[in-house]
Design a protein around this ligand. Structure first.
Ligand code: AMP
Length: 466
């Protein structure tokens, strides 16, 4: 049995606001793209923690009545990403647990590469786990620590785990934000009417009218309490490893991440670079919505080929990739996208998408553009390099053998997706665009994994590398 190693997710927290739960609800709503499987909010009134969580979308889970059951002036919330085999309520966060020093709740975005080992040794010592989520390991480490006070216990726990973690912890009287020393997942600090807010992405600040202050630094443990902010630096690493896939696909374009860099602008630049690298004569540039839109605009601007929306997306279906059941995924593309024949008929198209994973989506889109759209030529261009390595740090990718670019040559992929031509952004081109690219993890494109895999995790790694 492999543990759940796919933990993308979004987190939001607020300290010092009378409407903490309502604002957390809104924050999670803005972060819904980071996870649609389930969501939860835990609040505190200074004496006691309250929690409400369910499977489903934020707007469906939280009724007014449910939000009223979350009193207090501080709260944390979590959106969970859907993965096969673990779609169960017990894995929905925040995880709440009692321990010797009171109660704590944890909301975690990331993936702990050391979790299988730690879990095995904690279980050997008698720990009983409620879920299959990696994040629960942290709770047990805090609970078992012999540290004199809570901060010593936190230090004990976070120095034992490795992997990616952008994490929020709520106690009766404080909120703690922790980011792994590599800074793999984004985590930002903001302020609203004197209250501190923390979120995976700044789009959550925009919705609630909060101002961005700074990122939680890689390796920082930030305690937000009655005394204000206290920052501890207890985690260190040789390098940073910001996830470049946050720029390519995962974050929202209106968010500013990794030191306040705008995701939309970055994606447009990827598109411009792609146009410089692979010039081709065509009549129209169309994006695969929504993730391909900024890159397609950049491509169009750089190449001078007009842009239009040739594929219309039905926004009322979840992302097909996320659907846990195979049968639904196969229907996915048709349910989600439809070509505009009047626009596409007889045209030579450049179609821009952000990435190819298995190749299933691209194949269906090319077919759809030819059969439904009556396009003359379909040239597929991808605004990231070929995805050849599975992610162990929190992006949901399949095993290596399922990644089409790791098992097939460019020409074979082109044939598989039935495109007239296929081009990817080069890795050098990507690194040229991303400022300080040496601070980024690009393992999905070069298999250069910055955080090593201890003991048991090797087995998972080997499994995914098959
Ligand atoms: P595939 O059909 O497996 O090649 O998936 C490619 C499509 O999935 C592209 O349109 C991407 O925008 C999207 N995609 C890429 N990575 C992810 C991810 N980690 N989660 C969800 N969707 C993704």
């Amino acid at each position: 049995m492999f543990h759940d190693i796919h933990e993308e997710c979004g987190v939001f927290g607020i300290y010092g606001h009378p409407e903490a739960a309502n604002l957390t609800y809104l924050g999670l709503y803005a972060l819904q793209h980071r996870g649609q499987e389930g969501a939860g909010i835990c609040s505190s009134d200074g004496r006691q923690l309250f929690v409400e969580k369910s499977m489903g979308l934020v707007a469906d889970i939280f009724s007014e009545k449910r939000l009223r059951r979350l009193p207090g002036y501080m709260a944390i919330g979590h959106n969970r990403y859907s993965t096969a085999g673990s779609s169960v309520l017990k894995n929905v966060q925040p995880i709440v647990a009692n321990f010797a020093l009171g109660t704590l709740a944890i909301a975690h975005n990331g993936n702990l590469v050391s979790a299988p080992d730690l879990r095995a040794s904690l279980e050997a010592q008698g720990a009983i786990f409620q879920s299959s989520s990696d994040s629960e390991v942290i709770v047990h480490l805090v609970a078992q620590s012999k540290g004199a006070d809570f901060y010593e216990r936190i230090a004990h726990a976070v120095t034992q785990i490795s992997g990616s973690f952008s994490m929020l912890i709520l106690r009766e009287k404080e909120l703690i934000a922790i980011r792994d020393p590599y800074g793999v997942r984004p985590l930002s600090l903001g302020m609203k009417n004197g209250a501190y807010v923390v979120a995976s992405e700044t789009c959550a600040f925009d919705l609630i009218g909060a101002t961005y202050i700074r990122d939680i630094e890689p390796g920082e443990v930030l305690i937000i309490g009655e005394q204000g902010l206290e920052s501890l630096k207890i985690l260190h690493s040789q390098r940073k490893a910001f996830c470049v896939f946050e720029f390519i696909y995962f974050s929202r374009p209106d968010s500013n991440i990794f030191g306040g860099q705008n995701v939309n602008e970055m994606r447009k630049e990827f598109g411009r670079q792609l146009a410089r690298e692979s010039r081709i004569d065509a009549d129209l540039v169309i994006p695969v919505p929504d993730s391909g839109v900024p890159a397609a605009l950049g491509f169009s601007e750089e190449s001078g080929i007009p842009f239009d929306f040739g594929l219309i997306r039905n926004h009322y279906v979840g992302r097909t990739f996320i659907e846990p059941k195979h049968s639904i995924r196969h229907f996915g593309v048709k349910i989600k996208l439809n070509p505009v024949r009047q626009l596409l008929e007889g045209k030579r198209l450049i179609v821009i998408d952000d990435s190819i994973v298995r190749g299933t989506t691209s194949k269906k889109i090319v077919k759809m553009l030819r059969e439904g759209g009556h396009a003359k030529e379909v040239h597929l261009k991808i605004s990231s390099p070929p995805t050849i390595g599975p992610c162990f740090y929190g992006i949901d990718t399949p095993t290596r053998s399922e990644l089409i670019a790791s098992t097939h040559l460019l020409d074979e992929i082109k044939k598989y997706v039935t495109a007239d031509s296929l081009a990817y952004l080069s890795l050098d081109g990507l690194k040229k665009i991303v400022p300080n690219s040496h601070n980024f993890c690009t393992a999905c494109f070069d298999c250069n994994y910055p955080i090593s895999f201890p003991g048991e995790h090797h087995k998972q790694m080997e499994f995914l590398f098959k």
